[in-house]
Design a protein around this ligand. Structure first.
Ligand code: PGA
Length: 242
């Protein structure tokens, strides 16, 4: 695992967006999984800017959404679907065939999981995963206590996730379960970038980097990934030298 510290969220996001662009340039059919949320939003926006400016052909790569709130409609502004639609799919004109997001309203979520796993398998695995980190150390909805050996699965959300997750929704929203790619996908991906910015993430970044590797704090799995990069701004790195 590598640690990269950037001066601010802007330069960090710029570097993450460049990773995507460079990968697509050398491998137009790459398989790329992205997280939604406050952290990667700027990465997505910079990606759109760069891709349009440099006329990068984004039509061939496979785009996978990391996770979704179970039972939340795609038209809800707090859904991951809504985020991806607004930040990437629409501005870059992704086609349906290249876009793969969990249908969290499906009455067969297990099938959604197996379909996602099968797709990743058939495409030859994930080239690049860009993820964030929750205040409980979750990655996607890989909540504390999750197995490192899971592929896609449905999971009961941790209390912290339910509380913190309210920030995405306009009104108080009942959140119980999530559907998510698993940590086994992270372990098998050719490259994983974990992004974090801001002082509020300093504590969880310290735990990610310095504490024992344990499923009680899922992001600690980063320590075991030879191709994992933790990319943080100065504020999120502020507790690392203590
Ligand atoms: P955030 O979410 O980027 O909105 O802070 C991170 C996460 O919960 O994974």
């Amino acid at each position: 695992m590598e640690l990269k510290i950037y001066k601010d969220h802007q330069t960090l996001s710029d570097a993450a967006a460049n990773e995507i662009i460079e990968l697509i340039k050398i491998k137009p059919k790459a398989v790329i999984c992205l997280a939604s949320g406050e952290t990667p939003k700027l990465t997505c926006q910079l990606l759109v800017k760069k891709a349009l400016k440099d006329k990068i052909d984004m039509s061939q790569f496979t785009f996978i959404g990391l996770d979704e709130w179970v039972g939340i409609s795609p038209s809800n502004e707090g859904s991951c679907f809504y985020f991806f639609q607004k930040e990437l799919i629409e501005p870059l004109g992704f086609n349906n065939e290249q876009t793969h997001l969990f249908d969290a309203l499906s009455n067969n979520l297990e099938e959604q999981c197996r379909k996602m796993d099968q797709l990743i398998f058939e495409k030859g695995g994930i080239d690049l995963m860009i993820v964030g980190i929750g205040m409980n150390g979750h990655i996607g909805f890989n909540e504390p206590g999750v197995s490192f050996d899971n592929y896609s699965h449905v999971i009961d959300l941790d209390e912290t996730t339910v509380t913190v997750g309210q920030k995405y929704f306009k009104t108080a929203t009942a959140l119980q379960k999530g559907i998510t790619l698993g940590l086994k996908h992270l372990r098998e991906a050719r490259k994983v970038l974990l992004l974090a910015n801001g002082a509020k993430k300093a504590g969880v970044i310290k735990q990610t980097m310095k504490d024992n590797v344990t499923n009680k704090f899922p992001a600690s799995i980063m320590q075991t990934l030879p191709n994992g990069v933790v990319m943080v701004d100065k504020e999120a790195a502020s507790l690392l030298n203590e």
